[in-house]
Design a binder for this molecule. Structure first.
Ligand code: GLV
Ligand code: MN
Length: 226
């Protein structure tokens, strides 16, 4: 084959391989062994990596794959009236490298789970009790929203801003599943108004087209975490 043709074929093969690799890169990486139970203690040393190092197999027990953390309702006695309890790799070491996790969300009557995103996962929510008004917003600003009742589910695509509101006068409960061991949650309001160091007030005032005093008033409601 002439060298010119050879490089054209190589380029085509590389393009196809890259195209095939893109979907594989869309979630947590694939497992390379049966399991890799997270060894939290090893992070006390200098080692840092993407995920957690594996426990030695002889130290792994069934309890590494077990948790009752979602059994009890979260405390919804807060200004937004909702509580998210997570069961991710930080609480269930056996989830390390398995690419999945869950949450339980409790809602007080009319409570809201405020707009947020999960940068590393798509979420699927299943209603155990009550009903919610839910929605997500696409990158071009379209809101997909509807009511979801007991026994029904709804999907929030990875990275898109979404929210839920209990639309009834009784408590509601939902279970969420994620295709990441640690989906990450970025709250819109906390990121903008509770960041440390703070996002400058003039930036927020200009972006939201409101007075700096209003920005300061909102900031005072979001105690900084760090
Ligand atoms: C709900 O959106 C959740 O992140 O648990
Ligand atoms: Mn969510």
């Amino acid at each position: 084959m002439a060298p010119k043709h050879l490089s054209a074929v190589l380029l085509a093969v590389c393009t196809v391989l890259l195209a095939l690799a893109v979907p594989l890169l869309a979630g947590d990486p694939n497992m390379l062994q049966d399991f890799c139970v997270a060894d939290y203690k090893s992070l006390e040393g200098p080692l840092r990596l993407n995920g957690f190092p594996c426990k030695r197999p002889e130290n792994v027990t069934a309890n590494d794959f077990f948790s009752d953390v979602l059994a009890a309702p979260g405390n919804t006695g807060n200004p937004v009236g909702s509580a998210v309890t997570t069961a991710n790799v930080e609480k269930v070491p056996g989830l390390n490298t398995l690419g999945m996790s869950m949450s339980r969300v409790d809602y007080a009557p009319w409570g809201v789970n405020p707009p947020h995103t999960h940068p590393r996962a798509t979420e699927i929510i299943f209603m155990l009790e009550g009903s919610l008004d839910v929605g997500f917003v696409t990158t071009d600003g379209y809101l997909y929203g509807r009511t979801v009742c007991k026994g029904e589910l709804f999907v929030f695509p990875r990275g898109l801003v979404h929210f839920q509101k209990n639309n009834g006068g009784a408590p509601a409960v939902a279970i969420s599943a994620f295709n990441s061991q640690l989906p990450g949650t970025q709250s819109m309001s906390v990121s903008l108004f509770g960041a440390s160091p703070p996002v400058p007030t003039d930036v927020l005032a200009r972006a939201l087209q409101i007075d700096g005093g209003v920005v300061e008033a909102i900031k005072s409601k979001f105690p900084v975490k760090y």
